[in-house]
Design a protein around this ligand. Structure first.
Ligand code: ZN
Ligand code: ZN
Length: 238
């Protein structure tokens, strides 16, 4: 049973707390353009990613409502050389709805729309700690080989979901973090929380390295898993 409470009280205002334990639901919203193959990939592999994170999968729910409405009504668009892109730099997508105060949750949004943030030409995913993530599957879905495509998508999905739970944190020591690109990333070889900028090449290389070093169905290095374990131990019962 999932309690929508925080520190023993009902949460009347959605507030950010990167030290929150995992005791609010993670709700998966699929855009109308998410393919059956992509949905199957998520259904089969999200349990494994959550197992790695140390979070019971009962906290994950697939929403009945499509993300299409949420995306089209709350995101600004631009024309980028003839194709439409959606800007995700504001957090309105996650902060707007009344459901965030009546039922605080982490929003995991999947779409095939091309997205961008701030001054980037595009991004494949954006994440906000303790709030949610929007992941665009479209660019990595161009990878031809199915196994490589699926595994690379999963690296990206595990990466953004990791950020939602505030990975990587400074618990391991700031010198063990990669501070490039404006946000904390992991430095450890093979870990999905490393940053990539050349898409899809960096994420393909990172995925090959991940499988070689950690194995299939493993995503996070010992430091990242240790960060979360320490946090959840400290916040247990909250
Ligand atoms: Zn990142
Ligand atoms: Zn790591």
């Amino acid at each position: 049973m999932i309690r929508n409470t925080y520190a023993g009280k009902s949460e009347l205002h959605r507030r950010l707390d990167t030290e929150r334990s995992y005791n609010i639901p993670a709700i998966v919203y699929l855009d109308a353009d998410v393919t059956p193959e992509q949905k199957t990939l998520l259904e089969q592999n999200l349990p494994l990613i959550y197992q790695e994170l140390g979070i019971p999968y009962e906290f994950v729910q697939f929403s009945d409502s499509s993300a299409a409405q949420m995306i089209s009504s709350s995101l600004p668009t631009r024309d980028n050389g003839g194709h439409l892109q959606y800007g995700v730099h504001s957090m309105t997508l996650f902060m707007n709805g009344e459901d965030q105060t009546t039922k605080p949750h982490h929003a995991l949004v999947f779409t095939n729309k091309d997205i961008f943030m701030d001054r980037t030409n595009f991004i494949i995913g954006g994440a906000w700690s303790d709030m949610g993530t929007i992941i665009s599957l479209t660019r990595l879905s161009q990878i031809k080989d199915k196994v490589e495509r699926d595994q690379t998508l999963l690296t990206e999905i595990a990466h953004e979901i990791g950020h939602v739970y505030d990975l990587p944190s400074g618990r391991r020591g700031q010198d063990k973090l990669d501070h490039h690109f404006g946000g904390g990333h992991c430095n450890n070889p093979g870990c999905c929380m490393k940053q990539g900028t050349d898409i899809p090449k960096d994420f393909i290389d990172l995925t090959r390295d991940r499988i070689k070093r950690l194995g299939h169905d493993h995503y996070y290095c010992a430091d990242c898993k240790g960060d979360l374990k320490a946090k959840f131990t400290q916040t247990a019962g909250s």
